[in-house]
Design a protein around this ligand. Structure first.
Ligand code: IVH
Length: 683
């Protein structure tokens, strides 16, 4: 009896202490109290009374013994009652199959498949969170797995309302609940944080992981509180007072029921094959997820099986991390070169010792601009970290200055174009460097011709980069109009050009002459005119002569055309050289259907897609660019992500998360057949 009373008293004391710690934090650290002072005083008096009645529970750490919030100037040590293990790694499907085999052998399974839970492997920091009587009381880093650093105050802001767990409809919160979780930073939060750091002249972080680590290990909890950290729970530590569920799958739902954040990307997977399917699916989605993941994790779901499998000194035998190809690697800068683009933009590029990163071998990385080179202070010979995430261009994120060789010289951005020696002009406050040579610059000319020949432009099959290079260097082609004057004999005279391919190219050039006005306008390479704007120009002013004569007002009346774009069009057409090239092209036979016969009936006003915002997802039987063209020619705006402003989502095979989002927002989804139907039979 006395025992039971004592246990009750301890519960009350522990709960009151946790509550008061939390309110101290809200008051002293966040400066944002949740309760009135009188309510706080009541809690404190209750605790004083309880401690007075049970002096055996007195503690110098109790809020009754302290004034204000005691902030540790160092992180004290916390022992993990249940050790925090790491994970064994696998890098390919064979290793996953061997892991599954070991599990089956250990469990003496002769048939059937093991049920796994497949989760994303978040790229952040492991923490242990302890709740007593539903209240958050302590958090610690993983440390060496046996003990870590006390980061209790820093975790309070990250937990938000989860500092007090709620009983779910199915289960009450156990007296002691230790949860293992990953603290991480979302990519958009990371970008915003770095922008803010830059603005304040403070140090920026290399990647979201470093930002999360730096934010969590702040001695001042107010700094951590201001940082946008997120959290997902993925395992249990110590649990007392109520039995945890019998499977890991149910455990995650159990935690979610208490109000703890749990990833919704988690799935059940049957056997090694189910695990590999999950890996492939997540690898596909990696780039579009709002946070970085460095792989996936498979866990045997049945807890009795987990217990039977046990663990090695380092990692459980019932779990496996299946890692993605790294997105960051170290390599050496061999050269720094400048590339001149179609519009003269001069971009510095680092030529690298080849390195396998993000699933491909990378030997070039962009250095963006002059400011970026200065910020990184990257020099030839430096050891650098390169990053390639998803489909983005590889970039240098950091220089390892400790590895810099003596005498490495600072890179000096030249004053003249490395190709044509024209002066470089700076725009945008000096950030963008542009060669002033225009089409006099061979590099710009080559880029211009490449663009003209491209798939979305005149679509001249067989006119690749190498050939453009040869044609310009041999002075056979000076402007895009010269392409149509080429003869088979001239082409056959070029190195590595067989007679057959010369004939093929002449045929391709001939074929390209039949085009659309939109493609033609896009092909001209007018600054700021992408395929969509070219489409808008062509459908509003389907006559070239009228377009050439259009004034600013007429241009601005076209959807998607603002003052800057209008100016760019006017300036381009005002240039005598450009008019001449256009006249030569038309004289050579470049032509497009007359307005009335334009695809889809021209301006798209009658179309069901006119003025609608449409998103494409999954694989369609037609090319994505084609679907986009059909939609745009019918007056639709095609965007990349689903929001409440989206009107239709066109769903192909294996749709991605965009389809889920559309479903969630209740946006109308069309399959390919319905889309073609709505677009009208003739395409
Ligand atoms: S389970 C006993 N699940 O990866 C199981 N870990 O390389 C211990 N991590 O220290 C970990 N996402 O920081 C688990 N879904 C996930 C995870 C995950 C990220 C981290 C965690 C761990 C490290 C091991």
């Amino acid at each position: 009896m006395a025992r039971a009373r004592q246990a009750d008293a301890w519960k009350t004391i522990a709960r009151l202490r946790a509550q008061l710690e939390y309110h101290n934090y809200r008051y002293y650290i966040l400066d944002d109290p949740r309760i009135a002072d009188a309510e706080y005083d009541r809690l404190l008096r209750d605790l004083e009374a309880a401690e007075a009645a049970h002096p055996e529970f007195a503690s110098p750490d109790s809020p009754t013994q302290k004034v204000g919030a005691r902030i540790d100037k160092t992180f004290s040590e916390v022992a993990h009652r249940v050790p925090m293990h790491s994970l064994a790694n696998a890098f390919d499907a064979d290793e996953v199959a061997r892991f599954d085999q070991r599990v089956r052998e250990h469990l003496e399974m002769e048939s059937g498949a093991v049920e796994y839970v497949a989760e994303v492997k978040l790229d952040g920091l492991a923490v242990s969170l302890r709740f007593e009587n539903a209240w958050f009381v302590r958090a610690a880093t993983r440390g060496d797995g046996r003990s870590g650093e006390n980061i209790t105050h820093n975790m309070r802001a990250v937990l938000g309302d989860a500092v007090c767990l709620r009983g779910s409809t199915a289960a009450a919160v156990p007296e002691v609940l230790e949860v293992r979780a990953e603290v991480f930073m979302r990519r958009d939060d990371f970008a915003r944080l770095n922008d803010a750091q830059r603005e304040r002249g403070e140090k920026t972080f290399v990647n979201p992981r470093n930002a999360a680590a730096g934010s969590l290990r702040q001695l001042d909890p107010a700094v951590t509180a201001a940082r946008p950290l997120s959290l997902y729970c993925y395992a249990l530590g110590e649990v007392a007072g109520a039995p945890p569920p019998a499977t890991h799958w149910e455990t995650l739902r159990w935690l979610k029921g208490f109000g703890l954040p749990v990833s919704d990307l988690t799935r059940q997977a049957r056997g090694a094959a189910g695990c590999i399917d999950y890996y492939e699916a997540m690898l596909q989605r990696r780039a579009e997820l709002p946070f970085d993941i460095d792989g996936v994790v498979y866990k045997v779901s049945r807890i009795d099986w987990q217990d039977s499998l046990g663990h090695t000194a380092r990692a459980p035998r019932w779990a496996l991390a299946h890692k993605f190809p790294a997105q960051e690697e170290m390599t050496r800068v061999e050269k720094i070169e400048l590339q001149v683009g179609r519009t003269g933009a001069v971009t510095p590029v680092a030529r690298l010792a080849p390195v396998f990163v993000g699933g491909v071998t990378v030997s070039n990385a962009t250095l963006h601009n002059r400011d970026e080179i200065a910020r990184l202070d990257v020099r030839v010979g430096d050891t650098v970290i390169v990053r390639r995430a998803g489909d983005v261009i590889p970039e240098v994120v950091k220089v390892d200055k400790s590895k810099r060789k003596k005498g490495a010289r600072k890179f000096v951005f030249p004053a003249t174009c490395p190709v044509c020696d024209s002066a470089i002009v700076y725009e945008d406050g000096g950030v963008i460097a542009r060669c002033g040579g225009g089409l006099f610059c061979v590099a710009q000319r080559k880029e211009n011709i490449r663009h003209f020949a491209g798939r979305a432009a005149m679509d001249i099959e067989g006119l690749g980069n190498k050939l453009v290079e040869q044609l310009v260097d041999a002075k056979l082609v000076g402007s895009v109009a010269d392409l149509y004057a080429l003869t088979e004999a001239q082409l056959a005279g070029l190195e590595r050009m067989a007679e057959k391919s010369a004939a093929n190219l002449i045929e391709a050039l001939e074929k390209s002459k039949q085009t659309t006005l939109a493609r033609f306008l896009f092909a001209l390479g007018i600054p700021l005119i992408g395929a969509a704007t070219a489409e808008a120009l062509a459908s509003s002013l389907p006559d070239l002569q009228r377009l050439l004569e259009a004034d600013e007002e007429t241009l601005q009346a076209i959807p998607d055309v603002g003052p800057v774009v209008a100016q760019s069009v006017l300036a381009f057409f005002a240039e005598a050289h450009n008019r001449e090239v256009i006249a030569q092209l038309v004289a050579a036979g470049v032509a497009w259907p007359a307005p009335a016969a334009a695809p889809g009936g021209g301006d798209g006003v009658d179309s069901l897609f006119a003025g609608k915002t449409v998103v494409l997802t999954g694989t369609l039987s037609m090319a994505r660019a084609e679907a986009k063209r059909i939609l745009q020619s019918r007056g639709a705006r095609v965007t990349g992500s689903v929001s409440k402003n989206t009107d239709y989502v066109i769903v192909g095979d294996n749709p991605g998360s965009k389809a889920d989002k559309a479903e969630e927002l209740g946006i109308e989804m069309l399959d390919e057949a319905a889309f073609i139907d709505m677009a009208g039979a003739e395409q």
